[in-house]
Ligand binder design. Structure first.
Ligand SMILES: Nc1nc2c(c(=O)[nH]1)N[C@H]1C(S)=C(S)[C@@H](COP(=O)(O)OP(=O)(O)OC[C@H]3O[C@@H](n4cnc5c(=O)[nH]c(N)nc54)[C@H](O)[C@@H]3O)O[C@H]1N2
Ligand SMILES: Nc1nc2c(c(=O)[nH]1)N[C@H]1C(S)=C(S)[C@@H](COP(=O)(O)OP(=O)(O)OC[C@H]3O[C@@H](n4cnc5c(=O)[nH]c(N)nc54)[C@H](O)[C@@H]3O)O[C@H]1N2
Ligand SMILES: [Mo]
Length: 760
C-alpha cells in the first residue's frame, strides 16, 4: 500500500470535543472571519477586499454558489465566504526558492493543510522526468511541453481535461473548445462527484438539470424541506433566506442524520437581534433520518399524499405530466415496515410531515450532498420530483426543486459545455460557430478518468483548478493512477496534494483568482459566473496580483491552444485572450439564453437564464412532459457489526482546503481524525468515547482500505451511521462504489468496520 500523506497536520491533530452548538453565525462568526482574514491579508487589505464581495462592482465570492439577494448589504458575505476570500487573497507567497528548498518527495509527506498555508503560487514550475525538485520554467516552454505531449498521443482521448467549479464562464468555454478542437470529450469535472445525480434525475424528469427556484420563491414558500444539506457551514447566506422565509410564514423541515446547528437556529450577523439576541429558530420539524433513507421517506410521503382527500393536483398532472398511473400504483403499494427500517423514523413523524405538506400550497425541496452521493441517489432525487409534481409544485411561484450547488461556478461551467456527455445540439452549435466537426463519442467522467489513467489509456492529465487526487475516491488507487501518467498539469492558485503526486513530468501553472485584477492590452477584463439559481453576472477582481508572472485562466487556455493546435487553427485565440468580450460574443451564438450576452451582463445584477419548467411549465424531456418515475424502494445494506460512514465537511475547510481545525458548531477542535458514532451503536461495538480506532472499509473487491488512528466521538448521529471528514477518509471510498446512472462516488455511504488502532 502506498504511503498516505496525512491530510491534517499531525503536530496539531489532537482532536478535542466539547458540546455541539445549537445556533449558527452571530458575533463569533464575524469575529472568526475577520480573524482569519486579518492573519492572511492584514487589516487594510481585509477591509478593502471584503467590501467588494458579491457587490455589483466587485467580485463573486469564491465560496459557494448561493445567489446574491437583489439589494446587497454593504457586507454581503459570511464567515466561510470571508475565509475563502482570505485563503485566496493571502499575502503569503510561494516562490521559486521555496521549490528549491523542498524536494517533491518531502512535499508529498506534508499535510494538505500545510501545503495550503504556504501562500499563493507565483511562477510556472516544471518537474522534469526523474528530477527531485520543481524548477522555474518560462510560459512558452511550459506550453510547448504540453503541446508536444499531446501531439505524441496515439489519440486525443489519451488526454483528460478536468475542471473544478471555480473556473469562469469565459475560461470554461475556451477550455472545452480547445479540448474538442483537439478531438476529445474527456472533460471530467468536480460536478461528477457533486451534483451529477441531481443533473441526471432532473434532466430525465423535468428536462432541465438545474434548480427551478429563485430567491424570491423561497420568500413566498409555505414549506421548505432541507434534506441532506448543512447550510450553516456550506451555504451560510442561505440561512438569511430561510430566516426571511420564516418571517413570511414558511415552515422549515430539516431531514438529516445529524442535528446541524445552522439549521436549528440562526443569528443573523447583519442585524442587532442576530448579533446579540437568541436569533431565529429555523427548523420547525427535524427528521433524524438514517443515511440513505430519503428515497423511502419521500415514497412514504407520496403514499400519504395520494391517499389524502384533495392531496393531488389532478389538473396539473393531466395537462403536464407523464407516467402518473405507474408511479401511483407503485407508491400506493409501499410497505410501511420497509419505510421504517430504511428511515429509522417513527411513523408519526412522517405523518406529521405529511400533514404539513397537505397544509401547504407552495413547497420547495432543497438538497445537497446528503442526497447526491449514494448508490441510489438518482432514484432518490427522482422520487423528490414525484413528490413535487404530485401537488403541482413545479413552475409556479414559491415552489420547486432547489439543488443547492457547491462551487461558485460549477453550474456555469456545465452550461459552457464542460461535460463529458454533451448534447448533440450543443456540439452542432459549437461546430457551426467555429467551422469544425466536434468529437461525438462520449468522454470520461472523473471516476472513469482514474480508471483510464490506471489502465494506461490516459497519459496526459490537465486540471483547470481543483485538487484531483485529494477530492476523488480511493486515494491510494487514484494516486497510483496519477503517477502512471506521462504528464500532469495543474492550473492553480494554491499549492496542493495534486502538485506533489505527479506523472513522469509535471507542471504547475499559477493563475489569477477571483479577487485579482485582470488587465490585458485591451484594458481591464471581467469574467462571468452563474449561480445556483441560473443568474449570470460579472465578477471583477480588484487586488494587485500576487506576481507579475501570473496569467489568467483564459490566457493560459488560449496560449496553450495556440501552441497545441498551431497557427492555422481558425479560432482567434489571441483575440480571446486579450478581450473577453470576444469570447462572450461567441458564447452568445452557441449557448441558448446568452443572446446579447455582453449587453445583458453589464446590467446591474446581471440576468437570468431561461428555464422552461420554471418559466412556462414547458418540459423538454423525451416525452415532452414532466415525467413521473417508478423508483423501487432501496436503502443501503449494512452487515451486522458494521456502520455506514458518510464523509462530510467540517466548518473550517473548503473541500480539500483545510482552513483550520475548528469545527465550531459540532464542538470538535484541534484535529480532524475523528469518527462520530451514536452512543448506542458505540456501546454495541465496544467503542469508548475518546478511544482511538482504525476504520476499514468493506467492498466486494477484497482490497483493504484503511484509515488509521481516528478518535471516537460519541455524537447524536442517526443509528447505524457514522461520520468523518473528507478528504482524510477518501482512502476508504472504493473507486467502483458509485451511484447508479450518475457514476458519482458514494461518499455518503461507505460500509466500515472498526479495528484496533494501528497508530498514525
Ligand atoms: N465553507 C464551505 N462551503 C462550501 C464547501 C466547503 O467545503 N466549505 N463546499 C462547497 C461544495 S463543492 C459543495 S458540493 C457544498 C456541499 O454542501 P453540503 O452538502 O451541505 O456538504 P456536506 O458536508 O457534504 O454535508 C452533507 C450534509 O448532508 C447530511 N447527510 C449525509 N448523508 C445523508 C443522507 O443520506 N440523507 C440526508 N437527508 N442527509 C444526509 C450530512 O449530515 C450533512 O449535514 O458546499 C459548498 N460550500
Ligand atoms: N469523500 C468525499 N469526497 C468528495 C466530496 C465529499 O463530500 N466526500 N465532495 C466532492 C465534491 S462535492 C466536490 S465539488 C469535489 C471538489 O473537488 P475540487 O474542486 O477538485 O477540489 P477543491 O478542494 O475545491 O480544489 C481546491 C484547489 O483549487 C485551486 N483553486 C482555487 N481557486 C482557484 C481558481 O480560481 N482557479 C484555479 N485554476 N484554481 C483554483 C487551488 O489550487 C486549491 O488547492 O470533491 C468531491 N470529493
Ligand atoms: Mo461540490
Amino acid at each position: 500500500m502506498a504511503k498516505q500523506a496525512p491530510q491534517s497536520d499531525p503536530a496539531q491533530d489532537a482532536p478535542e470535543v466539547g458540546a455541539p452548538k445549537h445556533a449558527a453565525a452571530g458575533l463569533t462568526a464575524v469575529a472568526k472571519s475577520l480573524q482569519m482574514a486579518g492573519e492572511q491579508m492584514g487589516a487594510r487589505r481585509t477591509l478593502a477586499t471584503l467590501r467588494k464581495v458579491n457587490q455589483p462592482d466587485g467580485f463573486d465570492c469564491p465560496g459557494c454558489a448561493w445567489p446574491e439577494p437583489g439589494k446587497t448589504h454593504t457586507a454581503e458575505f459570511c464567515e466561510n465566504g470571508a475565509k475563502a476570500v482570505a485563503e485566496e487573497a493571502t499575502e503569503r507567497r510561494i516562490t521559486a526558492e521555496f521549490f528549491a528548498a523542498h524536494p517533491v518527495a518531502e512535499l508529498a509527506e506534508r499535510s494538505g493543510y500545510w501545503l495550503g498555508q504556504q501562500g499563493r503560487l507565483t511562477a510556472p514550475m516544471l518537474l522534469e522526468e526523474g528530477a527531485t525538485h520543481y524548477t522555474p520554467v518560462s510560459w512558452e516552454r511550459a506550453f510547448s511541453i504540453v503541446a508536444d505531449e499531446l501531439k505524441a498521443l496515439d489519440t486525443p482521448d489519451g488526454a483528460a481535461f478536468y475542471t473544478s467549479g471555480r473556473t469562469s464562464n469565459e475560461a470554461a468555454f475556451a477550455y472545452q473548445l480547445f479540448a474538442r478542437q483537439l478531438g476529445t470529450n474527456n472533460l471530467p469535472d468536480c460536478s461528477n462527484m457533486c451534483h451529477e445525480s441531481s443533473g441526471s434525475a432532473l434532466t430525465e424528469t423535468l428536462g432541465v438539470g438545474k434548480g427551478s427556484v429563485h430567491l424570491k420563491d423561497l420568500y413566498q414558500a409555505d414549506l421548505i424541506i432541507v434534506a441532506g444539506q448543512n447550510p450553516g457551514t456550506n451555504h451560510p447566506r442561505m440561512l438569511s433566506a430561510l430566516e426571511r422565509a420564516k418571517r413570511a410564514g414558511a415552515k422549515v423541515v430539516s431531514v438529516n442524520p445529524l442535528p446541524e446547528a445552522g439549521l436549528e437556529r440562526f443569528k443573523n450577523p447583519q442585524n442587532a437581534r442576530g448579533l446579540v439576541g437568541a436569533g431565529t429558530k429555523l427548523t420547525d420539524l427535524f427528521l433524524q433520518i438514517r443515511l440513505g433513507g430519503d428515497l423511502a421517506l419521500f415514497r412514504a410521503l407520496n403514499q400519504l399524499v395520494l391517499a389524502a382527500d384533495g392531496g393531488v393536483d389532478h389538473a396539473f398532472i393531466a395537462e403536464h405530466c407523464h407516467g402518473f398511473e405507474e408511479f401511483a400504483a407503485e407508491a400506493a403499494a409501499t410497505e410501511r415496515a420497509e419505510v421504517l427500517a430504511a428511515t429509522g423514523l417513527p411513523w408519526e413523524q412522517i405523518e406529521e410531515l405529511a400533514a404539513l405538506v397537505l397544509a401547504s400550497e407552495k413547497i420547495i425541496v432543497c438538497w445537497a450532498m446528503g442526497l447526491t452521493q449514494h448508490k441510489h441517489s438518482v432514484p432518490t432525487i427522482r422520487e423528490v420530483v414525484n413528490f413535487l409534481l404530485l401537488r403541482g409544485n413545479v413552475g409556479r411561484p414559491g415552489a420547486g426543486v432547489c439543488p443547492v450547488r457547491g462551487h461558485s461556478n460549477v453550474q456555469g461551467d456545465r452550461t459552457m459545455g464542460i461535460f463529458e456527455r454533451p448534447s448533440a445540439a450543443f456540439l452542432d452549435a459549437l461546430g457551426k460557430e467555429f467551422g469544425f466537426e466536434p468529437p461525438r463519442e462520449h468522454g470520461l467522467d472523473s471516476v472513469d478518468t482514474i480508471r483510464a489513467m490506471r489502465d494506461g489509456r490516459v497519459k496526459v492529465f490537465f486540471a483547470m483548478g481543483g485538487n484531483f487526487v485529494a477530492a476523488t475516491p480511493d486515494t491510494d488507487a487514484t494516486e497510483a493512477a496519477m503517477r502512471s501518467c506521462r504528464l500532469t498539469v495543474h492550473v492553480s492558485t494554491k499549492l496542493n496534494r495534486s502538485h506533489v503526486v505527479t506523472g513522469a513530468r509535471a507542471l504547475i501553472l499559477p493563475t489569477l483568482g477571483r479577487t485579482d485584477r485582470d488587465r490585458t492590452a485591451a484594458g481591464q477584463q471581467f469574467v462571468t459566473v452563474e449561480d445556483s439559481m441560473s443568474m449570470v453576472h460579472s465578477s471583477r477582481g480588484g487586488l494587485r496580483p500576487p506576481s507579475e508572472q501570473l496569467l489568467s485562466e483564459v490566457a493560459i487556455v488560449c496560449r496553450l491552444a495556440r501552441a497545441a493546435l498551431g497557427p492555422q487553427n481558425p479560432v482567434p485565440w489571441e483575440e480571446f485572450a486579450e478581450d473577453y468580450d470576444t469570447v462572450r460574443d461567441r458564447i452568445s451564438r452557441v449557448v441558448p439564453g446568452f443572446e446579447d450576452f455582453n449587453e445583458k451582463v453589464r446590467r446591474p445584477g446581471g440576468f437570468v437564464l431561461p428555464h422552461g419548467p420554471r418559466d412556462r411549465r414547458a418540459f423538454p424531456t423525451a416525452t415532452g412532459k414532466a415525467n413521473f418515475t417508478v423508483n423501487p424502494l432501496t436503502a443501503p445494506e449494512v452487515p451486522a457489526g458494521r456502520l455506514l460512514l458518510q464523509t462530510l465537511r467540517s466548518h473550517d475547510q473548503y473541500n480539500t482546503t483545510v482552513y483550520g481545525l475548528d469545527d465550531r458548531y459540532r464542538g470538535i477542535t484541534g484535529g480532524r481524525r475523528v469518527v462520530l458514532v451514536n452512543p448506542a451503536d458505540a456501546a454495541e461495538l465496544g467503542l469508548a468515547d475518546g478511544a482511538y480506532t482504525d476504520l476499514v472499509s468493506e467492498w466486494q473487491d477484497g482490497v483493504e482500505r484503511r484509515a488509521a488512528h481516528f478518535k471516537v466521538v460519541h455524537y447524536p448521529v442517526a443509528r447505524g451511521g457514522a461520520a468523518a471528514y473528507y478528504p482524510e477518509t477518501n482512502v476508504l471510498v472504493p473507486l467502483d462504489s458509485t451511484a447508479d446512472i450518475s457514476n458519482t462516488p458514494t461518499s455518503k455511504a461507505v460500509v466500515i468496520r472498526f479495528e484496533p488502532d494501528s497508530g498514525s
